[in-house]
Design a protein around this ligand. Structure first.
Ligand code: NAD
Length: 438
């Protein structure tokens, strides 16, 4: 089978690499010439554990290749996956301009029947728009073959993307024809050998499934953050509450860790897009509006605690960030809480110096020289008023506290991820601020 992936970002590159790794012939297409040149020279545009090995192996074997031109490579394909970005538009809805422009190209250049698969996260009705655009192009070319459109939302997590793709909990495919269903079954057969389901459904339901999944996860995060903030006021400890509720199998242990709010390229934009979609259909999604509000406030929670400790005026104060990316094991800075926290501290006159094991280069594109960067966790502490744990990279879990103490001006820790033990740090002479803990 020959597979074209259009859009070679997190999702497109992982999808292309993993499909080629099970023996398929894959061509990843992107309009970003620099990205494609780099990929051809073995330079990946993102940090994702395990990805480079798979890309190298399959590029060398000839099963995986890269191109900037869909027109040049689409002939004889069985699938064209659309994996381009769907950023937040001006009104909060998903901006579909990249998806629809790829659809138009497919209609213009396809030379045989194939299945066009929307893998980008898109609102209900998008596959239909894609289908109409392709059909109109085919008609204007007097073409006598058809093209099926299917929806196959992606559920991978950055940082764990390879495992998620290779051993998915489930694969969801929205289809309209038996032919597309059979082809997708064949394509994904190697990925469901673990017994996890390949779920076929109608296209609108598949499109909605992706938004509903992300909205549910974002809801869990905002819920526990809201409870954590109430715990602080009432004298309860959210770490105990989390264990107490998480052992109920109806609730589950995952995604109920309090912190400094969700970020990344998906939850914020997908919650916004779903709320907008609700508005368009005259249905107010009140829960999700609250989820977003709670999250926006939570991103400032450490700044509130800093003001509690140091007062409103932070001029001449300096703060060290451990971690910048929106979560560990990725260099993705999109909507990272670190951006809100740093901007608020800078606005109040403070200085920020940051260390991150992977995301410094990416962070420089966000902050430029407005913050300082260090290539060592401990050097970054020098003369700082406090340490802020922003991203829970593994290397921050068990620091040498004597080195932390001797580096900092004041022995104060703001733990944005509740990974440290308050009583242990207190016994070592630190002042500790967590999220909803006591
Ligand atoms: P990304 O921004 O990393 O990559 C998108 C790529 O598409 C870019 O390289 C861009 O140059 C390319 N592109 C844009 N227009 C193009 C065109 N006309 N032809 C060829 N290439 C084009 O995006 P991403 O994070 O991979 O996300 C892609 C989609 O997948 C989004 O809808 C996103 O919501 C969804 N998604 C993302 C994740 C994730 O963890 N990042 C997970 C699941 C789903």
């Amino acid at each position: 089978m020959k597979v074209i992936i259009v859009g070679t970002g997190y999702v497109g590159l992982v999808t292309g690499a993993c499909l080629s790794d099970v023996g398929l012939n894959v061509i990843c297409v992107d309009t970003d010439h620099k990205k494609i040149e780099n990929l051809k020279s073995g330079i990946l545009p993102i940090y994702e554990p395990g990805l480079k090995n798979i890309v190298d192996r399959n590029f060398q074997s000839g099963r995986l290749s890269f191109s900037t031109s869909l027109k040049d490579v689409i002939a004889d394909s069985d699938f064209a996956f659309i994996a381009v970005g769907t950023p937040t538009g001006e009104d909060g809805s998903a901006d579909l301009k990249y998806v629809l422009s790829v659809a138009s190209e497919i209609g213009k250049y396809a030379s045989n029947y194939l299945v066009t698969v929307t893998k980008s996260t898109v609102p209900v009705g998008t596959a239909e728009k894609v289908e109409n655009i392709i059909d109109n192009q085919l008609k204007s070319r007097n073409i006598n073959f058809s093209i099926d459109v299917a929806s196959n939302p992606e559920f991978l997590k950055e940082g764990d993307a390879i495992d998620d793709f290779m051993k998915p909990d489930r694969i969801v495919c929205g289809v309209k024809s038996e032919k597309a269903k059979n082809l997708l079954s064949k394509l994904y057969q190697p990925f469901v050998l673990n017994g996890h389901p390949l779920i076929f459904m109608d296209i609108p339901s598949a499109e909605m499934t992706k938004y509903a999944a992300n909205a549910m996860l974002a809801t869990k995060i905002s819920f526990i953050n809201d409870i954590a903030n109430l715990c602080e006021l009432t004298g309860a400890d959210v770490s105990n509450v989390r264990k107490g509720i998480g052992s109920d199998s109806r609730i589950g242990k995952s995604f109920i860790y309090p912190g400094i709010g969700y970020g990344g390229s998906c939850f914020p934009k997908d919650v916004k897009a779903l709320v907008k979609s609700g508005e368009e259909f005259g249905h107010k999604l009140r829960i999700l509006e609250a989820v977003e509000d709670v999250n926006n406030e939570q991103k400032s929670i450490l700044v509130k605690k800093i003001i509690q400790e140091f007062g409103e005026d932070l001029a001449n104060r300096s703060f060290t960030f451990w971690g910048l990316s929106f979560k560990p094991e990725t260099d993705d800075m999109r909507e990272a809480p670190s951006i809100v926290i740093a901007n608020e501290l800078l606005r109040r006159g403070a200085k920020v110096i940051a260390y991150d094991p992977i995301a410094i280069a990416e962070a420089k594109t966000v902050f430029g020289d407005r913050i300082a960067y260090s290539n060592s966790a401990y050097t970054a502490l020098k003369n700082s008023d406090a340490l802020l744990l922003i991203t829970e990279w593994r290397e921050f879990r068990s620091p040498d506290w004597s080195k932390v103490k001797s580096g900092l001006k004041n022995s104060i820790i703001f733990d944005g991820r509740n990974i440290y033990d308050r009583s242990d740090l207190k016994s070592k002479g630190f002042t500790y601020y967590g999220i909803g803990t006591k």
